[in-house]
Ligand binder design. Structure first.
Ligand SMILES: [Zn+2]
Length: 453
């Protein structure tokens, strides 16, 4: 049987100049040939292969063997779990230690991250800070961060996303992908299924908050979406072709973020729900799940919010009444201090940036009311029904309720109602808040779709 290969080259051809990731290969039996793909991309000299105990076994050893066979000088760096961690967590301390190691060793000219989100984010940040080029060898199709220009790192217990350079090369061995834990495959699918609503949020922000929009980035997003057609039910079976298409779609999604210069193409309100779950997990030890599993649950929730938005009749809105209901920043700040407690410092800046003045709110709601049909049609052009998204997630083996991702009913409500203040970027959650409907919608959706209450 011939090797399965997912060719993303035709899609990327038009973007070669503008993407920092020059090589993206997805095929079976890739690891023994990894050196060949990296030669000519990474500078000649000693390459540091960065792994953790698990990724060393599943891919790192084979990468090193390939480099040795090709006569490429290399060294191994193992990222270990810190005290109190079961497995290594991506934080700025580990990235800092690796960065210092890179700066101190004159012979290392490039890094190869071998792992999934954790290893990739640590190496991406360290390599960026040490100004050393890097490549990634993926070990699970669990999220779209491989090729993005953002690293998600825990800093002082708070998850932050920081801009940095994407990898020069992304190598994906489809046999390794298909063998990865079922929950990680489900996570990758959940991360991508946010597209209908994250794009709607992107358009909403563009329409109502003058946020930037990149139609080029959408070309990659749409190409990635097309790859996902019909794969959901084959993922729990570990079908190599289906897992390969998922992996390719994740790579394209990451590149769309690089191209747009922000995570907007792939991250809307559903990601804020996931971020709230992460923040409260890391700060207070509350339960959590893989990123994309949380995102999938968030996606069902925000898709349902758009359905409630579409059912509104804007002709009956009293905009002045909404403007009058806007609290002062000082009183809202008190609300936020109570809501976020020890995490308030991490959200203050974002919340303040998103908080509208009366004039901004009046202008925004007037714009929405007068352009209702057109704006609604624009955001709906990408949306899908919440129940259809739920069905597709279910067939891919993804969790679909908050309880299934370790979030209690009370915390689920907190996540949906509080999370909009974590980031300034405009989403359906912000609009629901400004319309005075966020609490009611949250209660309805949690009851109808998550069995809460
Ligand atoms: Zn994501």
């Amino acid at each position: 049987m011939s090797r399965i290969k997912i060719d993303v080259e035709p899609v990327l051809r038009g973007f070669v100049e503008r993407l920092q990731t020059k090589v993206c290969v997805l095929e079976q039996e890739l690891l023994p040939r990894s050196a060949g793909y990296l030669e000519g991309i990474l500078p000649r000299g000693c390459w540091l292969v960065i792994v953790d105990a698990i990724t060393h076994k599943i891919a790192g050893e084979a990468v090193v063997a390939s480099l040795d066979a090709a006569g490429i000088s290399n060294a191994l760096y193992v990222i270990e779990a810190a005290e109190g961690e079961e497995v290594p967590v991506a934080d700025d301390r580990k990235a800092g230690v690796l960065r210092d190691h890179l700066r101190a060793s004159a012979e290392i000219v490039a890094c190869i991250a071998v792992g999934a989100g954790t290893i990739n984010d640590i190496v991406k940040m360290a390599a960026y800070q040490a100004k050393v080029p890097y490549a990634v060898v993926a070990t699970a199709p669990s999220m779209n961060g491989y090729t993005s220009g953002i690293a998600a790192l825990l800093s002082e217990g708070v998850k932050t996303t920081q801009p940095c350079d994407p990898p020069l090369a992304c190598l994906v061995d489809l046999d390794v992908m298909a063998r990865s834990p079922a929950r990680m495959i489900a996570s990758g699918f959940g991360d991508l299924l946010s597209k209908p609503v994250s794009n709607a949020d992107w358009r909403l922000g563009y329409r109502l908050n003058d946020a930037g929009y990149s139609s080029d980035a959408m070309v990659l997003v749409e190409a990635g979406s097309a790859l996902l057609e019909g794969v959901a039910s084959k993922l729990p079976l570990r079908d190599v072709e289906a897992v390969g298409r998922l992996s390719a779609s994740l790579c394209l999604s990451g590149m769309s973020m690089s191209l747009a210069g922000s995570s907007s193409p792939a991250s809307g309100g559903e990601h804020l729900i996931s971020h709230y779950i992460d923040m409260t997990h890391f700060a207070w030890g509350e339960g959590h799940d893989f990123h994309g599993c949380q995102v999938g649950v968030g996606t069902i929730t925000t898709a349902a919010m758009y359905e409630r938005l579409a059912a509104l009749d804007p002709s009956s809105w009293d905009i002045e009444e909404r403007v009058k209901a806007l609290p002062s920043w000082a009183s809202y700040e008190e609300v936020l201090r109570t809501r976020f407690g020890s995490l308030y410092g991490a959200v203050e800046l974002h919340a303040k940036q998103a908080f509208p003045t009366p004039a901004v709110l009046r202008e925004r709601l007037t714009r929405l009311k007068s352009g209702w049909a057109e704006i609604l049609a624009d955001v709906q052009s990408t949306l899908r029904p919440a129940l259809a998204i739920r069905e597709e997630l279910l067939s891919a083996g993804c969790p679909v309720t908050f309880r299934e991702i370790g979030v209690t009913d009370e915390r689920a409500r907190r996540a949906v109602v509080y999370c909009k203040d974590i980031r300034a970027r405009y989403t359906i959650l912000h609009l629901a808040g400004e319309l005075g409907l966020l609490d009611v919608w949250a209660d309805d959706i949690l009851r109808d779709l998550h069995g809460v209450g």
